[in-house]
Design a protein around this ligand. Structure first.
Ligand code: SAH
Length: 354
């Protein structure tokens, strides 16, 4: 079968042509293909990361955003969200709690909040690194000038997550208002890499209008960028956005793409994302078994967690007031059941297992 040959080629050469990627993606539902992908991906995952599951403590520290992305629940023109912004003290207290629980990476994620000045974010990074010197700090706060990224890197930030969302320019413009440009998004990613961040890109699976051609372009872009991390998850509609009535992305296709990404970049840091865990009760387990090796449980305080509502029914919000310790305990048990172990580790890329 053509798809099997393409898979072998992908594993060998770590690249396919655009038309080959399209053929592979169009054939994802053919008998036995997904299984082949997961077998290869599982083997590669274990070659580099064994049975380890790296955890990152996610702190959604502000839901103010100046952007108006059509898919996102915290877009500027959504008047229904209660806006919040955690203080430096609140964030440091999340980190302290996280450290006690075994987190060695903290991810500060938020909207593009003009209320948090670049210097304040630099101050935050410095304070976290000072309190927890052995830990990694990941920022995920959108598009900024190169000098700002440099400032945060100099303050000690280790990693940066900025999903490219879609590598196709026309498709990008159909998901964002004209104030956002695909060129700037990509410029940011190249700047981040050049500065020295461990850089993560990524996309939503099944975003409105997405085709196999678009996904092929995403894979080609990722191959070219050679990121350290790739975050993908299904698109999930949020009712107060222009895409509120659009169908969600397919769970099985997301798993398939996780597997393909593991084969494309065998040592990449690949999270089973919150969105994946939201649309399927065993999303995190199946994500791991498809090639993922990272999980990002929520450390955001209960009081505001529900307000970081990028989409409907976010898994962490559904659990109501389960606290960070219970969340982590449950994750550990879920991973043990599939033979994987949550580790206390910064979880940097490329730790070859002997
Ligand atoms: N402001 C930051 C963080 C954005 S939130 C930035 O621009 O990078 C993190 C990711 O959530 C986004 O990159 C997007 O891919 C995803 N997301 C947003 N809305 C979503 C939705 N409705 N369904 C699924 N994922 C969504």
């Amino acid at each position: 079968m053509q798809e099997e040959i393409l898979l072998e080629k992908l594993e060998r050469e770590k690249i396919l042509s655009r038309s080959q990627f399209i053929t592979l993606l169009q054939g994802w539902q053919k008998e036995g293909i997904a299984q082949k992908v997961f077998e290869k991906a599982g083997r590669l995952r274990e070659r580099y990361y064994g049975k380890d599951v790296y955890i990152r403590g996610l702190i959604e520290f502000t839901n103010h955003c100046k952007n108006d992305c059509y898919y996102c629940g915290i877009r500027a023109s959504n008047g229904k969200v209660r806006r919040y912004r955690l203080t430096k003290e609140e964030i440091l207290s999340c980190c302290r709690r996280g450290y006690e629980l075994g987190y060695r990476t903290f991810v500060l994620q938020g909207g593009e909040d003009a209320g948090y000045k670049p210097d304040e974010i630099a101050g935050l990074v410095e304070a976290i690194k000072k309190a927890h010197p052995g830990c990694a700090v990941t920022l995920s706060v959108g598009e900024h000038p190169r000098a700002v990224y440099q400032r945060w890197f100099d303050a000690g930030a280790d990693r940066y997550l900025l999903r490219h969302e879609t590598a196709d320019d026309m498709h990008y413009r159909s998901l964002h208002p004209s104030s956002c440009s695909p060129e700037n998004r990509k410029r940011c990613l190249y700047d981040l890499k050049e500065i020295g961040y461990q850089t993560g890109c990524g996309f939503m699976v099944g975003s409105p209008g997405q085709t196999a051609e678009h996904l092929a372009q995403d894979l080609l872009f990722i191959e070219k960028l050679q990121p350290d991390m790739v975050g993908i998850g299904p698109f999930i509609p949020q009712r107060d956005t222009p895409f509120g009535e659009e169908p969600a992305g397919r769970f099985e296709l997301t798993l398939f793409l996780l597997g393909i990404l593991r084969i494309l970049l065998p040592d990449v840091l690949l999270p089973a994302t919150t969105a994946l865990g939201t649309i399927h009760p065993e999303g995190l387990e199946l994500g791991m078994l498809s090639g993922a090796n990272v999980c990002m449980p929520n450390l955001t305080p209960d009081g505001v967690r529900g307000e970081y509502a990028l989409y409907e029914g976010k898994a962490s919000e559904k659990r109501g007031n389960a606290d960070a310790a219970e969340d982590l305990q449950r994750l550990k048990e879920r991973m043990e059941k599939i033979g994987y172990h949550v580790t206390v580790d910064r979880g940097d890329r490329r730790r070859r297992c002997s």
